[in-house]
Design a protein around this ligand. Structure first.
Ligand code: UDX
Length: 429
């Protein structure tokens, strides 16, 4: 099949690369010329395991090309995916300007029977606005659909190839058949539904997962208050198949490009219809106070933070990515700096992004956790990187004066840390 993918962020690039790998002819489109040039040279603009190889392989095979030119990409495309960003605006709503701009740019080049799929996360009803825009610019018969994306950064290829489900939302039989055919090589249950339900599935799923995390974080606070171990409590809770174990890992909260934005957006579009979402509003509130809660714990042990040398391990919003969008690690660092701590930090991949996007942050960067430890009295784990899970405690003792380890991701074994002679402070344990 001939496919165009508009937007070369995580979702767009992964979609383009995988569809090309299935043998489709794919054109990736982006208005960002620099990004397109980078991609044309066979380079990936961000880190995602396995993506670079997949892109290069399919570019070499001639199945995947990139352009900034809609007139090159759209006329031949049987299916067009809109995968542009929908960031939060100042009211917390999804900013749809990129989606509308993409619709306007593609419309004049649409050919008969093209299927336009909105993969960007958009509030229910957005497709009607998109339809109005396209209808003004073309007379051809085209179809609209919504195929939301559920991939996680760091495991994007695996998630796309082996999803739990593929949601195909469209009110037209023809578009449904085309999309079923295109997704044939992908595993997972098919959920065939209407466009609005598909759009809501994405928000409902993300806000449920975010709520699970906030729920675990609230129970962690309760465990702190009563002296229980939240990891055991969550194990006992998660073994119930009706609840499930995933996304019950307590920490300093959820970040990233999806959960914070989508939770705010669902609250905003519910409010427009005067629907109260008390559970989701609560999850959001807990997430926005979780770093403060952790900082209070740190202060309880250290007294104050002024002029204290604090080492922060992790800057990315989670492990295995260089993405720092809405990273709780950065929220934590800002608060530490406000308390006048001296911050030393290391991350395996994300330092360059923090330097680039937040040059004002007064952080002393290090090239390893050892280098951080040598200069600090206190270590704070802010991101769940595997290399921090395996922290060599004997080496830490040998090379540093660190005595306190604040585990903001509950990834270390408290008993081992204490036996090695450190103070261990996690969340809810
Ligand atoms: C998420 C959804 O999982 C994915 O389905 C959707 O398409 C996009 O948003 P992603 O943002 O890549 O994916 O990250 P995810 O692995 O879900 O983690 C989100 C945040 O939650 C991270 O900050 C992570 O540290 C935190 N988290 C996750 C927890 O604090 N505890 C958990 O148990 C799980």
């Amino acid at each position: 099949m001939k496919v165009a993918v508009i937007g070369t962020g995580y979702v767009g690039l992964v979609t383009a690369a995988i569809l090309a790998d299935f043998g489709n002819q794919v054109i990736g489109v982006d208005i960002d010329e620099k990004k397109i040039k980078t991609l044309q040279k066979g380079q990936t603009p961000f880190y995602e395991p396995g993506l670079s190889d997949l892109l290069i392989r399919n570019q070499k095979a001639g199945r995947l090309v990139f352009t900034t030119d809609y007139s090159q990409a759209i006329p031949s495309a049987e299916v067009i995916f809109i995968c542009v960003g929908t960031p939060s605006n100042e009211k917390g709503e999804a900013d749809l300007s990129y989606v509308f701009a993409a619709a306007e740019s593609l419309a004049p080049f649409l050919t008969d029977k093209a299927v336009v799929v909105i993969k960007s996360t958009v509030p229910p009803g957005t497709h009607l606005e998109v339809k109005k825009i396209i209808d003004k610019l073309t007379k051809v018969k085209y179809y609209l659909a919504s195929v939301p994306e559920f991939l996680r950064e760091g495991s994007a290829l695996e998630d796309t190839l082996h999803p739990d489900r593929v949601v195909i939302g469209t009110d037209e039989r023809y578009a449904q058949d085309v999309l079923l055919d295109l997704h044939r090589p992908i595993n997972g249950k098919r959920i065939l539904t209407d466009v609005v339900s598909a759009q809501l599935i994405k928000y409902a799923a993300n806000s449920f997962l975010a709520s699970k995390i906030s729920y675990a974080n609230e129970i962690a606070r309760l465990c702190d208050a009563y002296g229980a171990d939240v990891m055991q409590v969550m194990e006992g809770v998660g073994e119930d198949k009706r609840i499930g174990k995933a996304f019950l890992h307590p920490g300093i909260g959820y970040g990233g490009s999806c959960f914070p934005k989508d939770v705010k957006a669902i609250l905003a579009f519910a409010k427009k219809k005067k629907v109260e979402l008390a559970v989701i509003a609560g999850a959001h509130k807990t997430n926005t106070t979780q770093v403060d809660y952790f900082i209070d714990k740190i202060k309880k042990h250290l007294g104050h933070l002024q002029n204290k040398k604090v080492g922060v391990l992790g800057l990315a919003f989670k492990g295995n990515t260089d993405d720092i969008r809405q990273s709780r690690a950065l929220v934590l660092i800002r608060k530490l700096l406000k308390e006048e701590a001296e911050v030393y930090a290391y991350d395996p991949l994300a330092i360059a992004n923090v330097r680039k996007f937040f040059p004002e942050l007064n952080i002393n960067y290090a090239s390893s956790w050892q280098e951080v430890a040598k200069q600090t009295e206190v270590l704070v784990i802010a991101t769940e990187w595997n290399e921090f899970k395996e922290l060599d405690l004997e080496e830490l003792k040998r090379i540093s004066k660190v005595r306190y380890i604040f585990d903001g991701r509950n990834i270390l074994n408290p008993t081992k840390v204490k036996l090695a002679g450190f103070h261990y402070i996690g969340l809810g344990r």
